[in-house]
Design a protein around this ligand. Structure first.
Ligand code: PMT
Length: 400
């Protein structure tokens, strides 16, 4: 996503300017070409030398300094930039851009560029609430600029309120979303399940499986980047959902069933990557089962098959399931895709290293209800997620 992308980071005069160093470092690590532009006030907080070292590019501080290349620097960079971000953005730069002032390098560059523009404001909370600042932000938003933050909390001026520069992680997520210009899932509610379920036996024990949630979380992130309004229903995992994805945590199959059924009617796309336990202990003991002479016998009962139920109720939704099988995988996947009334099923090849539970990669085959199969090579789970979504988009646009 970041490779070969030219990102301009404009830094303005706020104490939060030091956090821009971390942001530039993160952008570089992801493979972006980063150019930093410092306003005069920003140089009171951070030095061009620091940002030159981190960005590995010359830092621009002055509209009239000797150009490094033959072209007019602000025009050259304005044309080259895939994204211009202002981090931190003061009330001053927001106001200047809103009224069309171009009196230094950063404001002139912004004026000369058609690249997406992202502001991450940071200022005193009373300044942020000032109706003039709010009016300028609203005006810029209606004219296509993007804003991320500010966060609430302790401010450098000793007060508390909304005005802190938002976390780098959230800014990075917003950048990633802006670097994907096509938003084919815009306006669509996408329901994704991920991870295992836990079926309690007693207060200290449960039945579960090896699902890490990686596949489902990758799908949620990619669907969000493509513009979807993503609801991730997740069993217990160690993962953090991508910023912007709505996530609801559940534990048991029964809880997942309830939440999924609640979201289903107004969802347009449902992808069930969760490994839902088919059975649960008949009884969830209130006290810990004690060790005795006899080994206790476990009585199980069936959980609802959520996907089967969705297939019966579906009314125009695109419904995609996963299949994890250890014997005759294709036969079972072909049966499930029809039985559960799916648009297609993603079959994991559990016999191969690098596929299925817990891995960073997956080896999958798309199985369609008309008998077609499409085998994919070993890919990262992010790439598999992209291809699943591409197939859904293709089907929904009637291109099959
Ligand atoms: O989480 P990771 O570590 O990244 O691993 C990914 C994965 C292997 C868990 C995932 O890709 C996967 O295969 N998930 C589905 C596993 C599974 O439960 O397969 P199944 O063949 O038992 O179920 C078929 C489909 O029915 C699945 O979409 C499942 O979500 C759904 N199901 C199953 C049982 C049930 N009671 N309700 C359901 O909705």
């Amino acid at each position: 996503m970041f490779k070969n992308k030219c990102i301009v980071v404009g830094i303005t005069g706020s104490i939060a300017a030091y956090k821009a160093i971390d942001l530039v470092s993160n952008l570089k690590k992801k493979g972006a070409e980063v150019h930093c532009v410092l306003t005069k006030a920003a140089q009171e907080f951070v030095t061009p030398l620091t940002l030159r070292t981190i960005s590995q590019n010359p830092v621009i501080t002055d509209l009239f300094s000797e150009p490094i290349t033959w072209n007019v620097a602000h025009v050259g960079l304005a044309e080259k930039a895939d994204l211009i971000m202002v981090v931190p953005a003061t009330a001053n730069i927001i106001g200047k851009v809103a009224v069309g002032i171009a009196d230094d390098f950063l404001s002139t560059l912004i004026m000369a560029s058609k690249a997406p523009l992202l502001f991450a404001p940071a200022m005193n909370h009373k300044m942020y609430q000032n109706p003039l600042v709010q009016r300028n932000i609203a005006f810029l938003q209606t004219h296509g600029s993007f804003f991320v933050g500010p966060a609430s909390g302790a401010l450098a001026c000793g007060t508390k309120g909304q005005g802190r520069l938002i976390d780098t992680e959230i800014i990075m997520a917003q950048v990633e979303a802006l670097l994907v210009p096509e938003k084919p899932l815009q306006g669509l509610k996408i329901l994704i399940t991920a991870g295992p379920t836990r079926e309690p036996l007693d207060p200290v024990r449960f039945l579960s499986n090896y699902s890490s949630g990686k596949m489902g979380y990758a799908l949620a992130k990619q669907a969000y980047l493509l513009g979807g309004n993503v609801f991730l229903i997740s069993g217990p995992t160690n993962l953090k959902p991508f910023p912007g994805v709505h996530c609801q945590q559940i534990e048991t199959a029964l809880e997942m069933h309830e939440v999924v059924m609640e979201h289903f009617p107004d969802s347009q796309i449902v992808i069930k990557a969760a490994a839902v336990a088919d059975f649960r202990p008949l009884e969830n003991k209130t006290e810990k089962i004690k060790k005795g002479k006899e080994v206790p016998c476990l009585n199980l009962t069936g959980n609802p098959d959520i996907l089967l139920e969705l297939g019966k109720q579906k009314q125009g939704q695109t419904l995609v399931g996963f299949a994890a099988e250890t014997e005759q995988p294709l036969v079972h996947a072909q049966r499930k895709v029809k039985e559960k009334n799916l648009d297609f099923i993603v079959l994991n090849d559990l016999t191969q290293p690098g596929a299925g539970f817990g891995t960073e990669t997956n080896i999958v085959t798309f199985v369609f209800p008309d008998g077609r199969v499409e085998k994919l090579p070993k890919l990262s789970k992010m790439e598999v997620a992209q291809l699943i979504l591409a197939e859904i988009i293709r089907q929904r646009s009637g291109l099959v």
